[in-house]
Design a protein around this ligand. Structure first.
Ligand code: ADP
Ligand code: MG
Length: 334
């Protein structure tokens, strides 16, 4: 499987600012924990005092989004409206609308392989990862009844609103929120006068303009199934985003079967197909959602169908999948 390079300095570092002189501009890097992962900002500028203000504003924007989009925080907007919107329309923020509208569009295009209403099923598998005990078939069936993207209605007739068809539904934006947060962090940096920047949220990275004197940001695509090999591919990206989904970090291994944290709505189970997807798209909200969606499609319909979804979304991607014990790699034409 494939993964983007993740910063080796994640563990234990709460906030680190370091500078490297490069040409006239300085490279500034900052780390801060948000959305259950470490966010990283890198930017170039010849006026570092202003850079700190921009970085603060970008991280604050990510924190604001976490307060709206988190399914972990009981008082997040997402969790509040999931209760309040049962049976009638409830106003929502523009951010929540943007992410839910993109999610529903992806759900439509994948016949529900991507589905942010899978919250009840996803929570069962989260518990399974912790306890090592498989959820029962009846539990999965009951949770699946409280899921289904057609039970979520997102509208914007002047003011954004949502409605849910039945009580007990839970929304989970874990597959798309980090990509949107990276986009928004980058937008804030640009507004503060720092277009040569990147915002990384673990496996989701949004790139602004290229660093000074370079054609793009060097981004390694790593072979997860052969972790000791050197990076097989380095992309130079600017004004684009890259996301990776896979089961290397979050999975449950129970009775010899490995279940990914990505759920296949057709089975109600974590993916048991070993698959990793890397997507490059115009924005993080697209690459993040697509990498998760394509992982599910790869299990349901095979790797070619996963690539076709990526192609149809004006993105490009790499799908690595284990078939009969062997890893196969599929790549969409650039
Ligand atoms: P990561 O969170 O590791 O970056 P992803 O972007 O692929 O990886 O998102 C995985 C998360 O997406 C899961 O932890 C869960 O919250 C959510 N999720 C799982 N299955 C689905 C699905 N079929 N559709 C939408 N979201 C999903
Ligand atoms: Mg994703």
């Amino acid at each position: 499987m494939w993964n983007t390079i993740k910063p080796a300095v994640l563990a234990g570092v709460l906030l680190c600012l370091c500078r490297t002189a490069l040409l006239a501009a300085e490279r500034i890097e900052a780390l801060e924990p948000h959305m259950g992962t470490m966010f990283r900002i890198v930017l170039y500028d010849d006026d570092p005092s202003q850079a700190h203000i921009a970085i603060r504003a970008a991280f604050d924007r990510v924190a604001e989004l976490d307060g709206e989009l988190s399914d972990y925080k009981p008082d997040s907007e997402l969790n509040r409206v999931a209760v309040a919107a049962v049976g009638h329309d409830v106003p929502i923020s523009n951010d929540l609308y943007t992410v839910l509208a993109a999610s529903q569009s992806l759900a439509d295009r994948t016949n529900g392989a991507f589905d942010v209403t899978l919250g009840p099923v996803i929570r069962l598998w989260r518990t399974a990862r912790r306890t090592g005990v498989l959820p029962g078939g009846d539990e999965i069936a009951a949770a699946s009844l409280r899921s289904g993207y057609r039970k979520l209605h997102v509208r914007n007739d002047g003011a954004p609103e949502i409605r849910l068809d039945i009580p007990g539904m839970q929304l989970d934006l874990g597959a798309i929120a980090k990509g949107y947060a990276a986009d928004e962090g980058l937008r804030v940096l640009r507004e503060h006068g720092f277009p040569q920047a990147l915002v990384a949220a673990s496996g989701d990275i949004a790139f602004g303009d290229a660093p000074p004197g370079q054609v793009g940001w060097d981004t390694g695509v790593d072979s997860i199934n052969a972790p000791n090999e050197s990076f097989t591919q380095v992309l130079q990206l600017h004004n684009a985003a890259i996301s990776t989904s896979g089961d290397t970090e979050q999975f449950a291994e129970i009775d010899g079967v490995r279940y990914s944290h990505i759920v296949n709505p057709e089975t109600g189970k974590g993916l048991t197909t070993r698959v990793g997807v890397t997507v490059v798209a115009a924005r993080g909200i697209i690459s993040d959602g697509l990498s998760t969606a394509a992982s599910v499609i790869a299990e349901q319909h095979g790797p070619e169908a996963a690539l076709e979804l990526i192609r149809q979304s004006a993105a490009r991607g790499i799908v690595v999948i284990q078939t009969d014990g062997k890893w196969l790699r599929y790549e969409s034409p650039i």
